[in-house]
Design a protein around this ligand. Sequence first.
Ligand SMILES: [Zn+2]
Length: 143
Amino acid sequence: MLKPIRFLVFHHTASAPSITLEQIDAAHRAKGWEGAGYSFFVDADGVVWPARGLRRILAANPPHNSDSIAVAVAGWNGNDKHPEWEWSVMQWATIHWFVRTLSVLIPGLTIGGHRDIGSTPTDCPGLDILAEFEDDPHEETIQ
Ligand SMILES: [Zn+2]
């Protein structure tokens, strides 16, 4: 059962940025999930694609699958072999849009990366998402 949304969680896809939502959907079905386990997907151009949206329980954010929004952003931050796979300016603009819009719509929303809220250790999303919003007094961050 869905609960009130408390977290906005960002993931990277740990792939080349050219990955599509269809490919993620197939990969997550192969894990036994009912399709892409995120709320939304941000492609290489910063375009937002709905996956499970806001009305379905997620698979990608345990233990917060029922009280979070998961945004997967195409690319792989912190990959030494492929620094060009890091999130682009357009993707960052979309990330900022998510943070600003949802912070207004959902008072008290906590923002973080997968590694900040996950129940299993992960590097995802490969960077400190909170540092991006450090200078913004309007954003609440995970403590
Ligand atoms: Zn993740």
